[in-house]
Design a protein around this ligand. Structure first.
Ligand SMILES: *Cc1c(COP(=O)(O)O)cnc(C)c1O
Length: 427
């Protein structure tokens, strides 16, 4: 054991920071056991879906050109459909990111004159331009699709009256964001999503309910389609790619919804039949296989970070003891210096680009400067240990990921060390 402290010290963690971390950790054993239980359940679900859909070595061949009769692609889509309880799925490297998956699901299932509604307040920043909340070329608004939202109540609960009055004869699709993203509201549990689905169906039975599932996959034992949603969408460089998928997005749900998305992604008449899986298909399978345990590692990191920074007096969202419904941890650092130091610490813990210093920059799709730390194998992957935050009050850092728990632990200790070294916290 003596060697472990030395190794930490050689990675820049002083004994005081390490022993503070260890003392916090000793209180988290039961939480971590619970996370391991969920991971076990979800691992079995993934294996079962792979076995039932007869995943074979031939599935890893990949295809080129049009990609007709791509066994690996088509089988993977049946695996996703079984696993997430959908009738059909679209899982493609041609879906470039989470925003693209969500935009695709919306644009293909809405028609001019329809209205889109969010019952949980403002959606994720990048969706503002997709919807046209901020004017943008090619937005839903440009195509004559209007938008309405009902705010959550100040305590984070649903405003059922506001939701009821926001649904009308034109409402075609309701979008529910599971994770809080860059907002300070609580993340929704699958049970709460279920409650919302039942209420909305009671008002308008035939409306399409979509869930932005980014960061939520495998955090709980159930997923949103099991709670009454019609369609889920997400990114493969977050939870379900398990850190191995180098690109991609997915849409799972009702057959008609998924087919609409396929005809929009490729072309009317072609739909799911084309779209070569190239040489990335094995990583989609293998990443999905690892995803439950990778997600568990990220969750442990989030809980560890929450408890460390809460003990030091910062506001953390979720707090140190709350149940988790996504892998994001927010910490209100209250100063730009702390935000930057935190991100430098995360970067310095990375296996890749640990020598790089992150700087704030104008990132496309965001309305203020953002600082990001990630030494990732896949560029921008946020299931890998990463931290980011917009440079605006109250200087919240969003921390997420960690393909392995020991790496997440090192990252958090390095963030703390960076703050301590600059005299920005006292332990
Ligand atoms: C990450 C994320 C998105 C967008 O995904 P990108 O891959 O960054 O485009 C959308 N919604 C939520 C809740 C997210 O966390």
């Amino acid at each position: 054991m003596g060697n472990k402290e030395e190794l930490y010290q050689s990675l820049g963690i002083d004994p005081q920071v390490l022993s503070f971390g260890e003392s916090i950790l000793s209180e988290l054993k039961d939480r971590f056991d619970g996370i391991d239980e969920t991971a076990e359940f979800n691992q079995l679900k993934v294996i079962k879906a792979m076995q039932e859909n007869r995943v074979s070595e031939a599935c890893f061949q990949g295809s080129t050109g049009y990609g007709y009769n791509d066994l690996g692609r088509d089988t993977l889509e049946t695996v996703y459909a079984s696993l997430f309880h959908g009738e059909d799925a679209l899982v493609r490297p041609q879906i470039t990111c989470g925003t693209h998956a969500l935009a695709l699901a919306l644009m293909s299932n809405l028609r001019p004159g329809d209205e889109l509604m969010s019952p949980v307040g403002k959606p994720y920043d990048t969706l503002e331009e997709v919807i046209g909340i901020r004017d943008s070329r090619g937005s839903l608004k440009e195509y004559g699709i209007s938008y309405r939202q009902a705010e959550l109540k100040p305590d984070g609960s649903f405003d059922f009256e506001a939701i009821r009055s926001s649904i009308n004869e034109r409402t075609r699709l309701v979008t529910i964001q599971r994770s809080k993203g860059y907002a300070s509201r609580p993340t929704l549990s699958v049970a709460r999503i279920g409650e919302l689905c039942r209420f909305i169906r009671g008002i308008k039975p035939d409306v399409i309910i979509m869930v932005d599932n980014c960061y939520g996959e495998f955090v709980e034992e159930k997923e949103p389609l099991e709670a009454g949603a019609d369609m889920i969408a997400g990114s493969l460089i977050k939870n379900p790619g398990g850190g191995l998928a180098p690109i991609g997005g997915y849409i799972v749900g009702k057959k008609e919804c998924v087919e609409n998305a396929a005809y929009r992604l490729t072309s009317p008449g072609l739909g799911k039949e084309v779209g070569a899986s190239l040489s990335v298909i094995q990583s989609f399978y293998q990443g999905l296989f690892l995803a439950p345990v990778v997600t568990a590692s990220a969750l442990k990191g989030a809980i560890f970070a929450a408890n460390i920074y809460e003990r030091l007096g910062f506001r953390v969202i979720p707090n140190g003891t709350e149940d988790r419904h996504d892998i994001i941890q927010a910490v209100e650092l209250e100063s730009p210096k702390r935000l930057i130091a935190f991100c430098k610490g995360i970067q310095a813990a990375a296996p890749v680009d640990s020598f790089v210093t992150p700087e704030p920059w104008d990132m496309p799709g965001y309305d203020s400067r953002v600082i990001m730390a990630a030494g990732a194998f896949n560029s921008g992957s946020s299931i890998e240990l990463s931290a980011d935050g917009p440079l605006k009050e109250p200087y919240i850092v969003y921390f997420q990921g960690g393909l392995t728990w020991p790496h997440a632990k090192l990252g958090i200790l390095k963030s703390l060390q960076a703050l301590k070294d600059e005299g920005l916290v006292s332990i």
